[in-house]
Design a protein around this ligand. Structure first.
Ligand SMILES: Nc1ncnc2c1ncn2[C@@H]1O[C@H](COP(=O)(O)OP(=O)(O)O)[C@@H](O)[C@H]1O
Ligand SMILES: [Mg+2]
Length: 342
């Protein structure tokens, strides 16, 4: 049944990226100068969840490292490392410059100095989920250092820009922008087919079943691969040579629940508080949410930041937005309800 489980894992970077030639070429051309030691422009990559932003960024970076000896890459998930300190620390750690840094007590300036002095190679820094940075000035810090080329990944451009100061907005607006849209069913089918080719016995799953998965995933490749992985896991445990339709149906619900749980686990303490308020109270508007939230936490974040939290949680199918932008309300999506497709 399973020939190579690695290709079904969430973080796997495929040998070939399907249907993203234009985006791959665009991003490569932005970063290309660093292969000859020249500074490269910052690239902004945006799109909904599961559209291949992380995958394409890592794929392109790996290709550049294949081409040139003196190119390195570091990856930071800014959701997990949402403070400026943690992001800078993570980058320095990747390039091996943290040995004598005592965490937290080291001033930011010193971290920046170290980055500034670093000249052993040109380095691509992938700032994934950059819209989750509490202090996005770290983008500016890196932007001004020629030995680093930055890929900034976010769901929506507005959310990224709403958090940064004007100086950085104008820089980012003039950066190269790679936009990714949700996949069509045919494209998801091809992505799934390629994974089956590497990962499973050829007749483990039929074309019709792959189209069913593509349909259920509604443009989201993470969900599509998650459903395939869950179904293949079930078949394997039951010593079945094929994925049955029943397994597939169960897998669709399970994969969705798993992804939702993973997103919930990614929430920062402040985001979690906002989520809990909505879970307890039912559908609420941003102003009501902010009022309740400020009563519950020390050092509450601004209204604007709370709005970005709400949007992020909606992007990750944790919350559902109802109504027009003027009287929008947010409600929790539970495992029973499937997210709306817009
Ligand atoms: N064009 C593609 N070709 C092959 N695999 C893809 C493609 N786009 C996405 N994937 C796979 O789908 C999953 C989700 O993609 P990811 O890059 O994590 O999405 P995003 O970062 O936009 O949320 C990953 O497992 C990734 O390898
Ligand atoms: Mg991603």
């Amino acid at each position: 049944m399973i020939r190579d489980a690695r290709v079904l894992r969430a973080g796997f970077i495929p040998q070939e990226v399907e249907h993203r030639d234009h985006e791959v070429n665009h991003l490569s051309s932005v970063l290309k100068p660093i292969t000859s030691g020249e500074p490269a422009d910052t690239a902004v990559v945006t799109g909904p969840s599961g559209t291949g932003k992380t995958c394409v960024s890592q794929f392109v970076t790996e290709r550049l490292r294949e081409e040139a000896l003196n190119v390195e890459a570091t990856y930071v998930n800014c959701w997990r490392n949402h403070t400026r300190f943690r992001t800078l620390y993570q980058i320095l750690d990747d390039i091996g410059k943290t040995i004598d840094i005592h965490r937290q007590s080291t001033p930011h300036d010193e971290l920046i100095d170290r980055l500034q002095q670093y000249d052993e190679s040109r380095t691509v820094v992938i700032l994934d989920e950059a819209d989750q940075l509490e202090d996005p000035s770290v983008i500016y810090d890196l932007h001004s250092l020629p030995q680093f080329a930055v890929i900034c990944i976010a769901n929506k451009e507005e959310e990224l820009f709403s958090q940064v100061d004007d100086r950085l907005v104008s820089r980012l607006r003039s950066s190269e922008h790679v936009r990714m849209d949700k996949y069509h069913d045919d494209q998801l089918y091809d992505i799934l087919r390629a994974r089956v080719r590497w990962g499973l016995e050829q007749d483990a799953v039929t074309d019709d079943q792959l189209y069913c998965i593509a349909d259920a995933a509604a443009g989201d490749a993470r969900l599509a691969i998650g459903i395939l992985r869950t179904a293949a896991g079930k078949a394997d445990r039951e010593n079945s040579e094929r994925i049955t339709d029943t397994m597939l149906q169960d897998a669709a619900g399970d994969a969705r629940a798993q992804i939702r749980q993973k997103s919930l686990d990614s929430l920062t303490p402040h985001q979690r508080e906002v989520y809990e308020i909505i879970r307890e109270q039912g559908a609420l508007g941003p102003a009501e949410i902010h009022d309740l939230y400020t009563k519950r936490v020390d050092e509450p974040r601004t209204k604007r930041t709370i709005r970005t939290y709400l949007s992020k949680m909606a992007q990750y199918n944790l919350l559902e937005a109802e109504g027009t932008s003027r009287d929008r309300k947010y409600a929790v999506i539970t495992s029973g309800t499937s997210p709306s497709t817009d």
